[in-house]
Design a protein around this ligand. Structure first.
Ligand code: ADP
Ligand code: ASP
Ligand code: MG
Length: 589
């Protein structure tokens, strides 16, 4: 007999009829010979409605009271679904998160799961009951044992965590789409259904705006090897499987907070090429990376910084052996990019003595403290960071090659892990682009004129991490500007819009001490991203994305990449159009 965890989202339980339909599916699953735990969301848009009510009374309601309020939504559904299942003659019992043994941190509105004591759930299963558990909620493991919630969309995480704790044979997420599609069907109706996706790809997509799965649910599935599938509530179609690597068995204590870093990786023999002060207009990145792709230069990281005046810096890394070819391409195209003004002597920078060090582990970004700790560790070793690239599963820094050994040792020591061989074997037939995502919830945060010395990234992101503010797409400008005799760079990143005002306030308070210039927030942005594990071996992918945007006259304000994703920040009002164009450009429709 198999144990299955099924999760039904808000739309799937949005009315009495729909709850009845879910009850029928539940009973069928039991009749097929399975033990069943069902996790449910609040009905329809209940949670949104409750948030709105609270905001009618206060612009900043207490986070504890918000948890008390929002957790009621799921409680309605568990009772109704249990009643519906019992009505079909199948014994069932509803449990709140606390009753199901889901213990969390005391962090209201974004608690992480520490532990699940499955005894009570197991006892009811043995009694032959279907156990219906409220998603999205838990109880704080310490203090007054208050009700906590896991963050919006968190029922997916409740379901996968329960599946891990109960060692279920599968976790099935039922929702209002047939599975995971190449992009959000609300933006591109002809988006295609995927039969499978790797957990790394899904982690990126989920955190870059694909709301179909909560990123933390994917992280748990990956860490504990939980077989995870997303399906339609309305049909019996097979849906999309999220493929995780087979994992060594892992302790269930500190379920969501242990082992944020699994390994340290490094790559030597890298070169960095930077084009400085290129005009800020559509088409520049497309021209540059198009030319590189035609010369078969395989580009690894790409960053494009915020503009200062009306110009951008674009920097990229390549294997050392390709450096001179890449440099030749850059030199040939530079006059074109610079509108035929002869480049000044320093408009192209080449450094062929750099290395890349990375920390790897699912969920490094959801925990801002981890990246900040990496920067701090490098700073304490006196190592200056040249470029930063972040993804859901990795934070990479380029540093001087001579510092690589020391950096690696310091990071291994700090995170108590060993060096992993830089193994980029991709799943067979992984497409270059699996999916496209749009994030309209980001703001750009720039800190201008940051002194160029070790420790500054650690200071800045340390401040944000203390307040639990996550950042991504961290970019430092390539140019240094001398202000009062000190070389400075600008640092930019993207953060959740809801965190922007706080982030600015905390950083404003520190700029004088740190010797930085102004902190600037821009909320009129959106982020479009492509994700695919096969990107590594396809040099033309970046160029294709940039060219597609250029052809539509969409200016790219920021670029950041990892091995399996490319993100571009574009104007907010062009985001939806950008997704459509890119989706079409890669033939995904
Ligand atoms: P639930 O209430 O079932 O948890 P959500 O609204 O959280 O449902 O997630 C499902 C929605 O996610 C879909 O209706 C779809 O609009 C959106 N979505 C965004 N990106 C994707 C994608 N790549 N594939 C499928 N759905 C997506
Ligand atoms: N009801 C919660 C929300 O709307 C949790 C969830 O549905 O996953 O965010
Ligand atoms: Mg959801």
């Amino acid at each position: 007999m198999a144990l299955i965890v099924q999760k039904y989202g808000g739309t799937s339980v949005g009315s009495a009829e729909r709850i009845q339909a879910v009850a029928k599916r539940v009973v069928e699953t039991v009749k097929a010979g399975n033990d069943l735990v069902v996790v449910v969301s609040a009905m329809g848009k209940t949670t949104d409605g409750l948030v709105k009510l609270a905001h009618e009374l206060s612009s900043q309601p207490s986070r504890r009271e918000m948890d008390m309020l929002l957790s009621t939504g799921e409680q309605v559904t568990i009772a109704l679904l249990s009643i519906a299942i019992q009505e079909l003659g199948q014994p069932a019992i509803s449990l709140t998160g606390a009753q199901a043994g889901i213990e969390t941190e005391a962090e209201h509105t974004r608690a992480r799961i520490l532990e699940i004591s499955p005894d009570r759930v197991e006892r009811h299963l043995k009694e032959g009951k279907v156990v219906v558990v409220a998603g999205f909620q838990g109880v704080s493991a310490t203090g007054d044992r208050d009700i906590t919630t896991l963050g919006r969309g968190g029922s997916d995480t409740s379901a996968v965590a329960l599946a891990a704790a109960l060692k279920a044979s599968a976790c099935e997420i039922y929702t209002d789409v047939p599975g995971i599609l190449t992009t959000d069907p609300r933006i591109v109706p002809e988006a295609k259904l995927l039969t499978e996706i790797t957990s790394d790809e899904m982690l990126e997509l989920a955190s870059l705006g694909a709301t179909v799965l909560h990123p933390r649910a994917v992280e748990i599935a990956k860490n504990y090897g939980v077989p995870l599938v997303v399906r339609s509530s309305w049909t019996d179609e097979p849906g999309t499987w999220v493929i995780s690597p087979t994992t060594r068995s892992r302790s269930l204590t500190n379920l969501e907070v242990s082992n944020s870093v699994d390994a340290v990786e490094f790559a030597i023999d890298q070169a960095k090429i930077a084009l400085l002060q290129v005009p800020d207009r559509a088409g520049i990145a497309g021209q540059l990376f198009g030319a590189l792709a035609r010369e078969r230069v395989d580009v690894d990281l790409i960053v494009q910084s915020i503009h200062e005046g009306n110009t951008n810096d674009i920097a990229f890394t390549v294997d050392k052996h390709a450096a001179s070819r890449a440099q030749a391409v850059a030199e040939a195209i530079s006059p074109v990019l610079h509108d035929n003004f002869a480049p000044t002597h320093d408009s192209i920078l080449v450094a062929d003595d750099i290395a890349k060090v990375s920390i790897v582990g699912a969920g490094t970004i959801g925990r801002p403290g981890v990246a900040a700790q990496m920067f701090k560790t490098l700073a304490e070793a006196g190592i200056n960071i040249q470029m930063i690239s972040t993804s859901e599963i990795k934070v990479s820094c380029t540093i001087p090659a001579a510092d690589c050994e020391r950096a690696t040792a310091a990071l291994c020591n700090q995170f108590e892990v060993s060096v992993s061989t830089n193994d980029h074997t991709q799943p067979v037939n992984a497409p270059a682009v699996r999916g496209v995502a749009l994030d309209l919830d980001r703001a750009r945060l720039a800190i201008l004129q940051v002194p160029d010395r070790p420790g500054m990234a650690a200071e800045i992101f340390g401040i944000l991490a203390t307040h639990n503010i996550s950042m991504d797409a961290i970019i430092q400008s390539q140019r240094t500007r001398v202000i009062n005799g000190v070389a400075t760079r600008d640092i930019a990143c993207t953060i959740a819009q809801g965190d922007a005002a706080d982030a600015k306030r905390f950083l404003d308070a520190a700029t004088t001490r740190l010797g930085c210039g102004a902190v600037v927030v821009d909320e009129s942005i959106s982020k479009v991203s492509i994700v695919g594990a096969g990107m590594v071996s396809n040099p033309g992918v970046a160029a294709q994305m940039f060219t597609a945007l250029a052809d539509a006259g969409i200016n790219i304000q920021m670029i950041s990449t990892s091995e399996i994703k490319i993100s571009c920040v574009v104007a907010r009002d062009r985001g939806t159009e950008a997704v459509k164009i890119i989706h079409r450009a890669f033939g995904l429709s």
